[in-house]
Write a protein that binds this ligand. Structure first.
Ligand code: HPA
Length: 251
């Protein structure tokens, strides 16, 4: 066996605009299930360069599961069962910070959770004791540095800070909601960052977010948000995301 085959795979959860990875050398696919139900799609196993990878399309492929109906527990558990210790969550987001306009790539360092009613813990039911994980730093520091290094190596400009505000969706926000989020300190807004990040933390998995800004958040431009604008930013920005992933985060 080669060295790379002995390495733990990195999990990549692809979001809107990333239902498959064209630069992934695919070695197999697995339809799996978990005690929490099946994940959003089959796990696609392969490698990016010499890094083993397990890819999962968060919304299914084709894209059909809305953010509030994703079975986040099943997705994280399935990746854990596949031997993953590090997850890169790729998220389409709206930009609030002036630096974070459409097609910008952001590696946030903090988050605020505005979601509600989602199954957001593995620790429930008939438990022997309660568990409160530390979540001071929701994104793994080393994994963030590796992604930043990968971005530099790929020559893709990124913002190396940002507070991700996770909203419930599926509707987009009002301008007043975005103004409130900005006062709270949010730089980005997205619908899928939570509970993905805390579930990974509960299982001791290193988690990092690779955000692609696909629109100015509500009220941050002089027009309403259209799907055409979002698709254009995805077309423009996803190549950079794939180049960063191609430089690979190691497990
Ligand atoms: N708000 C919430 N989620 C998003 C947005 C947004 O503006 N853009 C992409 N995902």
């Amino acid at each position: 066996m080669t060295d790379s085959m002995n390495r733990a795979p990195v999990g990549i959860i692809g979001g809107t605009g990333l239902t498959s990875l064209s630069n992934l050398q695919i070695t197999g696919e697995a339809s799996v299930t978990t005690p929490w139900g099946p994940p959003s799609d089959r796990l696609v196993k392969g490698s990016l360069g010499d890094q083993p990878v397990v890819f999962l399309a968060r919304h299914g492929n084709p894209h059909r599961i809305p953010p509030h109906e994703v079975n986040y527990r099943a997705n994280i558990q399935a990746l854990r069962d596949a031997g993953v210790h590090t997850i890169v969550g790729v998220n389409a987001v709206g930009g609030i910070h002036p630096e974070m306009g459409p097609a910008r790539i952001v590696i946030p360092d903090q988050l605020i959770d505005y979601t509600w009613g989602r199954a957001s813990t593995f620790f429930e039911g008939d438990l022997a004791h309660t568990t409160h994980i530390d979540f001071t730093w929701p994104y793994d520091g080393d994994a963030r540095q590796q992604l930043l290094h990968a971005a530099r190596a790929a020559g893709v400009p990124v913002s190396d800070f940002g507070v991700y505000g996770a909203t419930q969706g599926p509707r987009l926000e009002t301008a007043a909601e975005i103004r409130r989020m900005e006062r709270d300190g949010c730089d980005l807004v997205g619908m899928t960052g939570m509970p993905e990040a805390c579930l990974a933390a509960e299982l001791g998995i290193r988690y990092v977010c690779l955000g692609l800004v696909v629109n100015w958040a509500a009220g941050k431009s002089d027009h309403i948000i259209t799907m055409a604008e979002i698709e254009q930013a995805i077309d423009q920005g996803m190549t950079g995301v794939k180049r960063i992933l191609g430089e690979s985060v190691s497990s």
